[in-house]
Design a protein around this ligand. Structure first.
Ligand code: CTP
Ligand code: MG
Length: 391
């Protein structure tokens, strides 16, 4: 059968969302929104290939990351307007594909059923889009917030009744039809806001039932809803980690992946970074993957004076490989000396970089032990960590 290519658009600026990195990079369950969208098409049996359209600055890292999705055949640069991005993406759709599904990456909760529905009608008719009835009344409102006009929800035309509907993506077309529509449309008439708008002028576009869960991430408040939709039924686990090392003269003090100025450091086989060790154990613990000692035995000379950030990175890669994403880690360091508070922001940044998450997912608290016990006697430093993972 003639092939099907999904054209996934992620080249927008996300101005209404207001995140400089672009809204498609927002994490849901530790995974960027963009990859949720790509995965829906990657896993769909009737989609053969995927073309990703992205911002120029995202090209290098996306080309690298897209390698884990074998249907992605091209990652191309988008344009200033959505329609320019579609046009650039269409150039990368291979000749063997007869059908194209144009999809907004911001609609990350697209379901397999919706993709099938659109595709089915597209193959029968040449053009199909998902649409929803509008439960609300729609009005024109001016800049001062005063109603100017109300749109009738129904319209009688030529003996039939039309209804207002909102439309979603994916929008499906025979590739030839969409290409021709892009050639015929006069863009001086104004920027089209969806693809059907170009096609419907000269070719009938059929509507299939949309999906209310197929929301588009547009405003910041949409993220919580998208998260609730995507993570419904997702497994959540908590892990706990603890580590302690004694002080030793003549060693650097490594904590949370950074060097903290101190007259003495911590003794240990590795660099003795108790914070990173506790976090590593919490992550492995949550995933049911034993502990740091099992993965990186301290009897193995390979890990002598090892950089604990590297061990954390390796352990985290293994945890992620099993499908886990990080919700958060929370850490308490027990140290009578030195004062750690001033170094906490740098530790959070460093750990967040190693784990490839936002720094607000990594919290660090430091406390003394009120001069009690071995911590109080300044014999060493201990650390507790808990982590929440989602799969
Ligand atoms: N898009 C694109 N190229 C553009 C503009 C938009 O690929 N020049 C993509 C977006 O990345 C998004 C989809 O088209 O996945 C729908 O657009 P929209 O929701 O408007 O996203 P943005 O344009 O990024 O957001 P905003 O309009 O708030 O800036
Ligand atoms: Mg836009």
């Amino acid at each position: 059968m003639a092939g099907t290519c999904a054209l996934i658009l992620a080249a927008g600026k996300g101005e209404r969302f207001g995140r400089t990195e672009g809204k498609v990079w927002s994490l849901v369950g530790g995974v960027p929104v963009l990859w949720w969208a790509v995965r829906a098409f990657q896993e769909h049996p009737e989609v053969d290939r995927i073309v990703l359209v992205v911002r120029e600055q995202d090209l290098p890292r996306l080309r690298e990351q897209a390698a884990s999705f074998d249907k992605v055949i091209a990652v191309v640069r988008g344009g200033r307007e959505r329609w320019e991005s579609v046009r650039l993406g269409l150039e990368a759709v291979p000749a063997q594909d007869r059908w194209v599904l144009v999809h907004d990456a911001a609609r990350a909760a697209v379901s397999a059923e919706l993709i099938s529905r659109v595709l089915h009608t597209t193959r029968q008719t040449g053009a199909a889009i998902p649409a929803l009835r509008i439960p609300d009344t729609v009005k024109w409102v001016n800049a001062a917030g005063v109603v100017q006009q109300t749109l009738p929800r129904h319209r009688h035309a030529g003996g039939e009744t039309w209804q207002l509907m909102t439309v979603q993506t994916p929008q499906g077309f025979a590739v030839d039809i969409l290409r021709e529509a892009y050639e015929r449309y006069d863009f001086r008439e104004g920027a089209p806001t969806d693809d059907a708008m170009l096609v419907e002028r000269f070719y009938p576009v059929n509507v299939v039932p949309g999906d209310p869960r197929n929301i588009k991430l547009t405003y910041p408040e949409d993220l919580a809803r998208l998260e609730a939709i995507l993570l419904k039924g997702v497994e959540t686990r908590i892990g706990f980690g603890y580590d302690v090392h004694p002080f030793a003269e003549g060693r650097r003090l490594m904590l949370g992946g950074i060097e903290v100025p101190s007259p003495k450091g911590l003794a240990g086989h590795s660099d003795a970074d108790v914070v990173l060790h506790a976090i590593t154990d919490a992550l492995l613990g949550a995933a049911g993957m034993d502990d740091i000692g099992t993965h990186f035995p301290n009897t193995d000379p390979a890990y002598r004076d090892a950089d604990s950030a590297e061990l954390l990175r390796l352990a985290w890669a293994q945890v992620r490989e099993r499908g886990w994403g990080l919700v958060n880690v929370d850490v308490t360091v027990l140290a009578e000396t030195p004062r750690l508070r001033p170094h906490v922001p740098a530790m959070r940044e460093r750990i967040a970089t190693v784990l490839q998450v936002d720094a607000d997912r990594v919290n660090i608290k430091a406390t003394t032990n009120e001069r009690m016990g071995f911590i109080g006697r300044e014999e060493g430093i201990a650390c507790y960590a808990i982590a929440t993972l989602r799969r």
